[in-house]
Design a protein around this ligand. Structure first.
Ligand code: T5A
Length: 219
């Protein structure tokens, strides 16, 4: 039986979100679910244009408040044009990052007032939150090494590099990791922390078990 479900993947750089989203999506399609995968910032032409403005190495020197506004402008488009319509037609939507990334990166990482962020996000999407969130947890030094290896591979095929945040100091990445863990503590029912240092198959198994119990699909 098809069910709608909104799943988000969160975590620091190189935590394995994209890899695990592809694996979960294939598994759910095998189970007969209709799946829509997307990413933040991005997922609509307008939001992809905002992504180009903000995540590239040579993007401007945005202040954290300007970043929050840009990420939320992109988010409004994604929610209204992609996520809500898909959920209304019983699809599973999986997003690479969502609201929690803004709290972790701009709130904990850039040390913006969390109440300001909450107010802006409420204005943007009201009370719309994911049904299920995976926080892929990894020591930032290890995650950044993985990202470096991936970006080194991409350098030869892309004429642009989306590494603006990878280049922030290590302390920034440590703060945002703690931010994600704090969010998980505060929203324990929605958020599941996954040990992302395990091998790929073990991470996938942890995620599948939780999704299975939520969707009640066959093991
Ligand atoms: N941002 C975003 C904000 O600051 N605020 C916001 O509100 C939002 C929405 C977006 C950037 O924007 C910022 C955060 C980001 O910096 P992104 O595309 O989400 O950018 O960027 P990243 O998180 O940097 O994406 P990455 O691709 O680096 O990380 P992933 O997707 O977590 O990792 P993945 O799957 O690409 O894996 C990275 C490498 O590690 C290997 C993979 O094969 C790959 O080579 N790997 C593993 N290796 C060993 N063991 C495992 N278990 C592995 N899992 C993956």
């Amino acid at each position: 039986m098809r069910q709608s479900l909104f799943i988000t993947f969160e975590g620091g750089e190189g935590s394995g979100k994209t890899t695990q989203i592809n694996r979960l999506s294939s598994y759910l399609i095998e189970q007969g679910q209709k799946v829509v995968t997307t990413r933040e910032p991005g997922g609509t032409p307008e939001a992809e244009a905002i992504r180009d403005l903000i995540v590239q190495r040579d993007a401007g020197d945005w202040t954290p408040m300007a970043e929050v506004l840009l990420f939320n402008a992109a988010r409004v488009m994604l929610v209204d044009k992609v996520i809500k319509p898909a959920l209304e037609t019983d699809k599973v939507v999986i997003s690479d990052r969502f609201l929690d990334s803004t709290v972790a990166y701009q709130g904990y990482g850039h040390e913006m007032d969390l109440k300001d962020i909450d107010a802006i996000q409420k204005l943007a999407v009201h009370d719309f939150v994911p049904d299920l969130t995976f926080i892929l947890d990894i020591d930032p030094e290890e995650g950044l090494k993985r990202s470096d290896r991936r970006l080194a591979g991409e350098k030869f095929v892309l004429d642009r590099q989306e590494d603006r945040y990878e280049n922030m100091e290590l302390e920034f990445h440590k703060r945002l990791r703690n931010g994600f863990l704090e969010i998980a503590k505060q929203e324990a029912e929605r958020c599941h922390v996954i040990d992302a240092t395990q091998d790929l198959d073990a991470v996938t198994e942890d995620i599948k078990k939780i999704v299975q119990s939520k969707l009640k699909v066959a093991a």
